[in-house]
Write a protein that binds this ligand. Structure first.
Ligand code: NAP
Length: 260
């Protein structure tokens, strides 16, 4: 790490992204923090700079905007980004046939189109600088279809597939790509739409991870260059064991688990 080297984190104003920013700062990385809410980013940047003696730059951007990646590159100036964490994401829950077009499009726009554009932009820059790391935050929902979260789970399956393919494609260029797949994590996303989607089924407390647990696992996996990380011992065992099951068995288990 040099004084001009930065880790760029999207969705850093809250939840998992904020915890990832705290983890990278505690390990001595300079940061560029991206999200729409500037006051939250500025407060976090000031605190992390003060606590860890790093440089932290808040950058207010709506990543769903068409020209977001151009604006981002311009704002970076001559800062050298060696790690990119694509964490920003949105979730809408509920019956697919009642979901309006805007909610579906906003998930596809941020979770897929914007993340892909970030990977496209930075894979070339990281390769040109001789190496780097990309972390894409997917979800355990990437591993199987989820009723009432159908579009969200499909966007995360895309993130997982893209990340695995890029981890192979970019390896020779010295660029690692890690898909982080958290289960339920205690953030605004869980307290709002995920809880709604769960309906009458209460999400058991023991299945809920702290954002700091996810951030710690994400940091370690990123620095090791692992292709896939499922944070939390419970989730990693379940994903490893259910991964070998035929898809029809997984659908039955999902039906039982979601009460559909
Ligand atoms: N919580 C869970 O149970 C869970 C489980 C698995 C995976 N995940 C994934 O983890 C990631 C983080 O989720 P979270 O739980 O931390 O959610 P969160 O607390 O709702 O945070 C979402 C972050 O994304 C940012 N964001 C949203 N729309 C944006 C946009 N258009 N442009 C730029 N930034 C935007 C938000 O900041 P602003 O509002 O300031 O823009 C915020 O910082 C997501 O990709 C999510 O799918 C979450």
């Amino acid at each position: 790490m040099t004084a001009n080297t930065y880790t760029l984190i999207t969705g850093a104003s809250a939840g998992i992204g904020k915890a990832i920013a705290e983890r990278f700062a505690s390990e001595g990385h300079n940061l560029v923090l991206v999200a729409r809410r500037l006051p939250e980013l500025t407060t976090l940047a000031d605190k992390l700079s003060h606590d860890h003696g790093i440089d932290a730059v808040p950058l207010a951007l709506d990543l769903s905007d068409d020209d977001a990646s151009e604006d981002l590159i311009e704002a970076l100036g001559d800062r050298d980004v060696d790690i990119v964490v694509n964490n920003a994401g949105v979730l809408s829950s509920g019956s697919f046939r009642r979901m309006d077009r805007d909610r579906i499009e906003s998930m596809i726009e941020l979770n897929i189109v914007s993340l892909t554009e970030m990977c496209r932009t930075f894979s070339e820059r990281l390769a040109e600088r001789g190496g780097g790391r990309i972390v894409n935050v997917a979800s355990v929902a990437a591993f199987q279809p989820v009723p009432n979260l159908a579009v969200y789970a499909a966007t995360k399956a895309y993130v997982l597939s893209l990340s695995e393919a890029l981890s192979l494609e970019l390896a020779r260029k010295g660029v690692t790509v890690t898909a982080v797949c958290p289960g339920y994590t205690d953030t605004d996303m869980l307290r709002g739409p995920v809880q709604e989607a769960a309906g009458k089924i209460k999400i058991p407390d023991f299945t809920v991870l702290e954002p700091e647990t996810v951030a710690k696992a994400a940091y370690k996996a990123c620095m090791r260059g692992d292709a896939i990380e499922v944070p939390g011992i419970g989730y990693s065992i379940v994903m490893a064991t259910t991964g070998v099951l035929p898809r029809w068995v997984k659908r039955r288990l999902t039906r039982l688990g979601t009460g559909t």
